[in-house]
Ligand binder design. Structure first.
Ligand SMILES: Cc1ncc(COP(=O)(O)O)c(C=O)c1O
Length: 387
């Protein structure tokens, strides 16, 4: 019998369907069988199953070189290490992203330079990048937030003009495209996440892709404490133990085989919400361009009355997730700028229940509650006007 595991952000199991969590994904019998197979073949730590997983990812993203590691955060860190980012450098990062994007260069001592996002999309505003470039700038890390193309072709042009590296943070964008081309595959290095709130998951994990054999060979060393072969150890470069495991790769292989049905399903969820939200005035969908082949991993909305909406949803057993704060909130990132566009997304943003195993009945229920909320708000406005 296949078991559904619903994993909200806290990582707790939630089998009570009356309680709708913001994210649901699924690991079932096939994953268990594959893990068992690995286990009995004594494929436990990083070995042949990991290699098979890397080969399959490389094929599906049409990239020559792919490496897996412990997390998307570590993938970003390894990318910064291999490109030689140090305390002498500045790295340009969008103000709206998950903090891991900035922590990677910051951990290496680099100065993180934040840039505001566009007005209507929580994506780095390319027109504001050039004014931030100095003699110390070494790299740009654009983020394809929720599958949205961060204008990667324009960013690559800017990087070429100033001789900068580009690391694509595609942690929320695996298999999302910019028309024909996969996001995360068009620059020096692309990084993806395999944590539980992603399209496919190995429990935890990260992916690096590159077209450079030289970078790939060096990344392999960095993943293994700078050594190529433990039987003949040579300390070639600085690294750490950033290795994956065959147990995780077993899960990843099964999840990867389900990518097509998952892509189809998350689009269906997005379109259902899109259609319903069009008729509401209290809530605005933050768009993802499906027509251009972008994949809406999450369903994000803006609501001026966000706290009221959260309370209303919770009273109906629906648990949305609040958008993460802007990076300029991190005390350790030096910054003297003001980010009006980012502020709007941070103050009003909310993730509605979604995910590859979120039942469509739950989406219908959430939509009906959103409609109820709209009526409730209208009633309150009318009552206030009468007073
Ligand atoms: C944009 C972004 N970057 C980096 C990461 C880090 O990935 P991980 O959680 O696998 O470390 C995430 C994770 O959600 C993310 O959303």
């Amino acid at each position: 019998m296949e078991e559904n595991l619903s994993l909200p952000s806290q990582g707790l199991g939630n089998k009570n369907i009356a309680n709708i969590s913001w994210w649901r994904t699924k690991f079932g019998e096939e994953e268990i069988q594959k893990i068992k197979e690995s286990f009995f073949n004594e494929n436990i730590s990083m070995g042949s199953v990991t290699e098979e997983f890397e080969k399959k990812i490389a094929e599906s993203l049409d990239m020559p070189y792919t490496l897996v590691t412990t997390s998307g955060s570590v993938a970003l860190l390894m990318a910064c290490i291999v490109l030689g980012i140090t305390k002498e450098d500045e790295v340009i990062v969008p103000n709206r992203t998950w903090i891991a994007t900035a922590n990677a260069p910051y951990l290496l001592g680099a100065k993180v330079i934040l840039v505001d996002c566009e007005k209507d999309r929580p994506i780095i505003d390319v027109d504001k990048i050039e004014e931030k470039i100095t003699k110390r700038t070494k790299a740009i890390i654009p983020v394809h937030l929720n599958g949205r193309n961060a204008n990667i072709k324009k960013i690559n042009e800017i990087a070429k003009k100033y001789g900068l590296f580009v690391i694509e943070d595609a942690c929320q964008a695996i298999f999302s495209k910019d028309q024909e081309d996969f996001l995360g595959t068009q620059s020096d290095i692309g990084c993806f996440s395999l944590n539980v709130t992603k399209l496919i998951s190995s429990g935890g994990g990260g992916i690096l892709v590159t077209k450079s054999k030289k970078l790939y060979e060096k990344l392999k060393l960095i993943r293994n404490n700078g050594t190529g072969n433990v039987m003949i150890p040579e300390y070639k470069t600085l690294g750490c133990n950033f290795k994956f495991t065959d147990i995780q790769a077993s899960m990843g292989l099964v999840q990867l085989s389900k990518k097509q049905e998952r892509i189809f399903y998350i689009k269906e969820i997005y379109n259902k919400y899109k259609q319903a939200i069009q008729s509401l005035s209290s809530i605005k969908l933050i768009p993802v361009n499906i027509e251009n082949q972008e994949l809406p991993l999450y369903v994000e909305i803006l609501c001026k009355e966000r706290q009221k909406l959260i309370d209303f949803l919770k009273s109906k057993n629906i648990h949305p997730r609040i958008s993460s704060p802007n990076l300029d909130c991190a005390d350790y990132l030096e910054n003297f700028n003001y980010f009006p566009n980012s502020n709007l997304f941070a103050e009003q943003g909310l993730f509605l229940p979604c995910g590859p195993a979120q039942p469509l009945e739950n989406i219908d229920y959430v939509i009906s509650v959103l409609k109820e909320f709209e009526q409730e708000l209208k009633k309150q406005v009318n009552e206030n006007e009468k007073k």
